[in-house]
Design a protein around this ligand. Structure first.
Ligand code: SAM
Length: 218
């Protein structure tokens, strides 16, 4: 990306959540439900990592409703969104470790690994296929055996596809399957521009994490 290209205003993007009928608001309901189920399935004290967490509205209410403590960490580059997440967690009495930093650099959260649940919500549609593949592969090294990744992908292409899938989310689902995951759920609501996947790690990887997972293309 050239420096002159306008960057996405992610704070403005979050305003779509103000409309309860917007696609992201409908997606949010499904993400929260899957996060609850994924955490419920983990015995003991689940370890959660949310990458590119935005204001963490998909995480804080879920953790607040749980009757046990979750070791949660959220990473967000935008300082204002990260501060919003930090404040929401504090207001809800949730001990969420919100880090203002680069989620593409695994050293930002290396001390938190391995984890039981990984959230890649609003990430894979904003990066190239090559970076998507790197990130999926890295997820297999970041999760504990049997761990779960919740991921989303819109049905739009934002950079040149490297495959002949008509729906890029189906490609992502199949990449997870090729990298040691089984598909637990793949939600593609009729007419909606988003897909939500729940993939479980069946074949953990001990491949070292690369220094960078992705770069946003917008
Ligand atoms: C599509 S939004 C998704 C936010 C949140 N996960 C949600 O679904 O509500 C993408 C978020 O990724 C953040 N982001 C972009 N690049 C990042 C990076 N390298 N590290 C951490 N966050 C990043 C943006 O600031 C933005 O908040």
């Amino acid at each position: 990306m050239t420096e002159s290209r306008r960057r996405m205003d992610w704070q403005a993007w979050h305003r779509d959540y103000d409309d309860p009928d917007s696609p992201v608001s409908r997606r949010l309901v499904e993400v929260r439900a899957r996060l609850t189920a994924a955490l419920d399935a983990v015995p003991g004290r689940p370890r959660l990592l949310n990458l590119c967490a935005g204001d963490a509205r998909d995480t804080v209410p879920v953790l607040a409703a749980m009757d046990r403590e979750i070791e949660g960490c959220a990473v967000e580059l935008d300082a204002a969104l990260a501060e919003h997440a930090r404040r929401s967690a504090a207001d809800a009495g949730v001990p969420l470790d919100v880090r203002t930093g680069d989620a593409a650099d695994p050293s930002t959260y290396a001390d938190r690994l391995p984890i039981d649940v990984l959230m890649l919500i609003g990430v894979l549609g904003n990066i190239s296929d090559a970076d998507g593949e790197t990130t999926v592969r890295a997820a297999a090294s970041m999760l504990a055996p049997g761990g779960t990744v919740l991921w989303t992908r819109s049905n739009r292409f934002r950079s040149k596809p490297t495959h002949d899938y008509e729906d890029p989310a189906a490609w992502v689902r199949d990449r997870f399957e090729a990298c040691g995951f089984e598909t637990v759920e793949y939600l593609a609501p009729e007419g909606a521009p988003w897909r939500l996947g729940v993939s479980r790690l069946t074949t953990p990887s001990n491949a070292p994490l690369p220094p960078r997972l992705f770069t946003f293309v917008r």
